[in-house]
Design a protein around this ligand. Structure first.
Ligand code: TXA
Ligand code: MG
Length: 322
């Protein structure tokens, strides 16, 4: 049963508590309703993907109460600082490099070195973010493949019983998602048109390249910076391994195969949500170990979050770009 809350100070404190305990709370923003989870809690973020029924781990936006809080986790370029001054709080999302000390879980950014950050302007969202005191990961609060919700009733249509609470803030004033701009490369690239127009962006930072549109969330992502090889760990990846060689690392799921010296347990009990939460840490965990030939990954069932896990593993195993 999903609680329906109104943004009184008590309800905001309660919702912030739920988030800090790893529960999922949907909340209104000026653009669309977000499905919030503590972005630093990998298990909570894995449950966002499960609740949405996302077949892929698309990277999520981390939401902050201020630009200062956001820029503590990602490194802003000059253009990013200008855009923050002009449009935050508001419907603009910036993709920037994660700082080394960024506490946001890797699964939030789908294992990428970049993180999308946004400071929303809706007073209820701001109150919730301030009370939570942590980055909040929030994709649009719809089931995968459905349109983004702009009322609490829309949220409950898709997610009632799958999330702890929704903060009912009425109808979202902007009604379309935030504009997403990638500022992590040499030139700014528009990844998704949204609440802030391209003209408004260009008036502040000059020419912005139009990127390939980002894929619908129900389809694999092929936008710039999101090609298969960007997800790949240093070592080659072998899928559906039924045995493991001595010089291979093992990513295990369920009862582990004998013989590997280096091992990372995705889930000993065969729990797909736990495995999803640990996947990106697992893929990176062998990067610093010398003498390994590759990573052998045990079979993961193609059901529930297993679809997203297998999608991401297939990308990690795909032939590398030169
Ligand atoms: O208005 C909004 O942005 C809403 C509210 C809740 O803030 N959120 C939202 O989230 O629309 P979502 O997950 O439905 O869309 C986020 C988009 C996705 O298309 C994703 O691919 C892109 O942002 N994105 C996130 N992180 C990225 C990254 N590191 N690099 C490139 N694109 C990224
Ligand atoms: Mg969405």
């Amino acid at each position: 049963m999903t609680e329906r809350l109104y943004a009184t100070p008590d309800a905001i404190a309660h919702a912030a508590d739920l988030l800090r305990r790893g529960e999922l709370v949907a909340f209104g923003t000026e653009t669309v309703y977000g499905l919030g989870a503590d972005a630093t809690n990998a298990d909570a973020v894995a449950r966002v993907f499960a609740a949405k029924g996302r077949p892929h781990f698309n990277p999520l936006i981390a939401h902050y109460p201020s630009a200062e809080a956001a820029f503590a986790d990602v490194a802003p370029s000059d253009a990013a600082r200008k855009l923050a001054a002009a449009f935050w709080p508001g419907p603009l999302t910036m993709v920037l490099p994660r700082r080394a000390e960024c506490p946001v879980a890797l699964i939030t950014g789908a294992g990428l070195d970049t993180l999308a950050v946004r400071v929303p302007s809706h007073p209820d969202a701001r109150a919730l973010l301030a009370a939570t005191g942590r980055a909040v990961a929030a994709p649009s609060a719809n089931r995968s493949g459905r349109v983004s919700p702009t009322t609490a009733a829309h949220v409950l249509d898709g997610l009632d019983g799958r999330i702890a609470a929704v903060i009912d803030s009425g109808a979202c004033p902007v009604g379309v998602e935030s504009t997403v701009i990638d500022l992590s490369g040499p030139a700014p690239v528009l990844l998704r048109p949204g609440g802030i127009t391209l003209e408004a962006l260009e008036a502040v930072i000059g020419r912005v390249r139009r990127g390939a549109p980002i894929a619908d969330e129900s389809k694999p992502l092929l936008a710039p910076g999101m090609m298969a090889s960007h997800y790949a760990p240093n070592l080659p990846v072998r899928l559906n391994a039924v045995s493991v060689a001595a010089d291979e690392a093992l990513l295990s799921f369920g009862p582990k195969l004998p013989g590997a010296e280096a091992e990372f347990v995705l889930s000993a009990s065969g729990d797909l949500v736990e495995a999803a939460a640990r996947l990106f840490d697992g893929l990176r965990s062998f990067d610093a170990i010398a003498g390994l030939r590759g990573i052998a990954v045990m079979p993961i069932p193609l059901e529930g979050l297993g679809l997203a896990i297998n999608d991401r593993l297939a990308r990690a195993a795909a032939p590398r770009e030169a």
